[in-house]
Write a protein that binds this ligand. Structure first.
Ligand code: PLP
Length: 403
């Protein structure tokens, strides 16, 4: 079956723009809740909306405690502070992630150690992680990246053997489950972002989850300038323990109201994305040179931030590049992006070389350069006919680009 590609003057697969859901989503009842908060004058300082959301979000992910903060970078930083990590300590982070994962380590004065990813899931490679552990290693931050999950079983086994803390970076994984258990509740602390593009957005925001009540209290103090949980403003009975550096990383009631509305939709949206990703996996299985980012090995429900594809352009013909593929797909009416790329190559990563350590990350280097592309999660929220056409466009380009 040969079809003329749109880039060569053929008919576009999406001759009209695809109907995709708008993001961030608009929940009608949220506007009313925002207005009521505004009129109440109780805008911040651990208000009732925030407290309820923290409890509900934690419960939805099978965790005992939730501590809401102002974004998903300070949640990582606070997790590291709560675990006592600082100068002289090493923290293992995957080469492929948003820079915040590694920046948080730099913020507390510790050394991020970049470790390679698995070629299929794009998540932290447990074998290479084992090789990167030194006597200084205190923690690892596996990231459930784009649309897959880090191998928590293997990583936790490693962490146990070496007395390491595990901070799950769940900024891409809201609503996901590993072996039936909510993400963020499996490692020592889980960190989520609610930034506008994420799958539970409130403009800015973040949360830490943990099952450890001492850590929960510490996290609470860290984000709340030293106040203990359930203390009224101006009425602190005790201060934080000496040396625990606390911040103002609070969120507002407005963010909490947006999050509460979004949380009602999250389970349904997660199931829809997961089902559409499974459909695409089956549909594209036999297309040469096209492979979906592999699901987490024990993922029972995956939260997708993006749909990731590994494109082997050499299977499509000689001298075809990933940019050729991306351009041909764009001409069919489908936009996708390359990944963030390895953190140490990112334009915004300006950390001097002596402040981080880089192990062999050849898989991340190669995949980010040659094969990895990502599609926004809103494609996975679209109606099935749109998802079918997305598959059609990918298949058409893959089969005809080399002709
Ligand atoms: C978005 C993101 C963060 C940071 O979240 P912000 O709320 O933007 O600070 C951390 N880790 C990953 C993997 C992210 O994608």
């Amino acid at each position: 079956m040969s079809k003329k590609l749109a880039i060569n003057g053929g008919k576009q697969v999406f001759s009209e723009s695809p109907v995709l859901p708008t993001w961030p989503p608009v929940c009608p009842n949220v506007a009313e809740a925002m207005k009521n908060i505004y009129l109440s004058g109780k805008w911040s300082f651990n208000g009732p909306t925030e407290q309820k959301f923290a409890t509900d979000f934690a419960e939805f992910h099978d965790a005992e405690h939730g501590i809401v903060m102002s974004n998903g970078t300070v949640t990582l930083e606070s997790a590291l502070i709560a675990l006592g990590i600082g100068p002289g300590d090493e923290v293992i982070v995957p080469a492929l992630t948003w820079i915040a994962t590694a920046m948080a380590v730099v913020y507390v004065g510790a050394t991020p150690v970049f470790v390679d990813i698995e070629p299929d899931t794009w998540c932290l490679d447990p074998v290479k992680t084992a090789a990167a552990i030194t006597p200084r290693t205190k923690a690892m931050i596996p990231v459930h990246i784009y649309g897959s999950m880090a191998d928590l079983e293997k990583l936790l086994e490693l962490a146990d053997a070496h007395y390491l803390f595990v901070i799950e970076d769940c900024a891409h994984a809201h609503g996901g489950q590993w072996n039936g258990k909510g993400v963020g509740s499996i490692g020592t602390i889980g960190s989520f972002s609610f930034q506008q593009s994420k799958t539970l957005p409130s403009g800015e925001g973040g949360i830490c989850l943990t099952n450890d009540s001492d850590l929960a209290e510490k996290l609470y103090q860290i984000k709340h300038i030293g106040y203990s949980n359930n203390t009224e403003q101006g009425k602190a009975a005790d201060g934080p323990p000496e040396g625990l550096l606390c911040h103002n990383y609070r969120c507002t009631e407005f963010q909490a109201a947006v999050l509460a509305g979004g949380l009602e939709q999250l389970e349904g949206q997660t199931l829809t994305r997961d089902a559409n990703a499974d459909y695409l996996t089956g549909r594209l299985k036999s297309v040469p040179g096209v492979e979906l980012q592999k699901k987490g090995r024990l993922a029972t429900r995956q939260g997708y931030y993006c749909l990731g594809l590994n494109i082997d352009t050499s299977a499509m013909g000689d001298n075809i590049t990933l940019d050729d593929f991306i351009q041909a797909l764009a001409a069919e009416g489908v936009n996708c992006n390359r990944t963030y790329g390895p953190v140490y190559d990112h334009k915004l990563w300006n950390v001097p070389a002596e402040k981080f350590r880089r192990t062999d990350c050849s898989t991340a280097d190669k995949i980010c350069c040659d094969s990895a592309i990502v599609f926004s999660h809103i494609w996975l929220l679209a109606e099935r006919p749109v998802v079918e056409k997305l598959a059609e466009a990918i298949e058409k380009v893959a089969l005809n680009l080399g002709r």
